[in-house]
Design a binder for this molecule. Structure first.
Ligand code: IPD
Length: 272
């Protein structure tokens, strides 16, 4: 595979196929191996921020597959951190929605994206319990089961169904609850699915109108962000910043700005 600028762009479809294949394989392994009640292995930022043995097994499988086909690429994974360097980097969340995975709530996903020079060009989100694999290649649209996705458009804020999520630390949640107190009376309703990757795909599929959250990491939104954008949504941060863990916002143009203007004065990027 050529590593020149053009070669890489030409390869986006190949990367798209690879992200999908590997996300499917990790999903199959997780479904086959998930016990009735998975055990917590360790906790991270708080006692409720958990890692299971299968988070690690999933990331290991994904890393092995990447190394087999693309041994020189860099990888950033939720569990294994950053390895390697170079223009091409894989962004991996082996299980997004770990708490749902733990409890058997059928809303968790394997998320894999590929970026070139910092720009995501391909991604797949496998919402495993639902058997739904969302895919996108930059400039090639967002897809689910052979159907091209487009997000809902023309929905005003007061009719919008908005997904959101909460962090694991109580100081962050205090602010998130305060922000939500202002958002809830202004929208149709709120959904909290428990997987940021899946939430972004829900925007792409028109199952919600928009999504915002303080705190998701790049591995949570790398693939889902491209899928939502390729379905016509705007994905970004506050005040023109690109999507970032400070605040991630996603909705069709129009609703994006309304949601942005509602959130900005609430100072949603702070923690208590
Ligand atoms: C979490 C999920 C959740 C979101 C959190 C994320 P994890 O990822 O995406 O929906 O609200 O911000 O940390 O911990 O399950 O991989």
């Amino acid at each position: 595979m050529s590593e020149s600028g053009e070669g890489i762009v030409d390869s986006a479809v190949t990367f798209g196929r690879l992200t999908e294949e590997i996300a499917r394989e990790a999903g199959e392994m997780l479904l086959a191996k998930r016990p009735a009640r998975p055990e917590v292995l360790v906790t991270k930022s708080s006692p409720t921020d958990v890692v299971t043995a299968l988070d690690r097994a999933s990331e290991e499988l994904i890393r092995d597959r990447i190394k087999t086909v693309r041994p020189d690429d860099a990888i950033l994974g939720e569990e294994g951190g950053a390895t390697g360097e170079g223009r091409i980097r894989w962004i991996v969340d082996p299980i997004d929605g770990t708490v749902n995975f733990l409890y058997g709530v059928p809303e968790w996903a394997v998320s894999i994206a590929v970026e070139v020079d910092g720009e995501v060009i391909a991604g797949a989100v496998n919402v495993v319990p639902r058997g739904e694999v969302f895919t996108a290649v930059k400039g090639g649209g967002a897809w689910l089961a052979g159907e091209r996705l487009s997000c809902n458009t023309g929905v005003p804020l007061d009719r919008a169904l908005i997904a959101t999520g909460f962090g694991y630390e109580s100081g962050r949640r205090e602010v998130q609850a305060e922000v939500l107190r202002h958002v809830l009376p202004r929208v149709r309703d709120i959904r909290r699915g428990g997987s940021a990757a899946s939430d972004l795909c829900s925007v792409a599929a028109g199952r919600v109108d928009g999504y915002y959250e303080r705190g998701p990491q790049y591995w949570d939104y790398g693939a889902g962000g491209l899928i939502a954008a390729e379905a016509g949504a705007r994905v970004g941060g506050l005040e023109g910043r690109p999507a970032n863990p400070g605040l991630l916002l996603c909705a069709a143009p129009g609703l994006f700005e309304e949601l942005h203007d509602l959130l900005l004065p609430l100072d949603p990027e702070r923690d208590a």
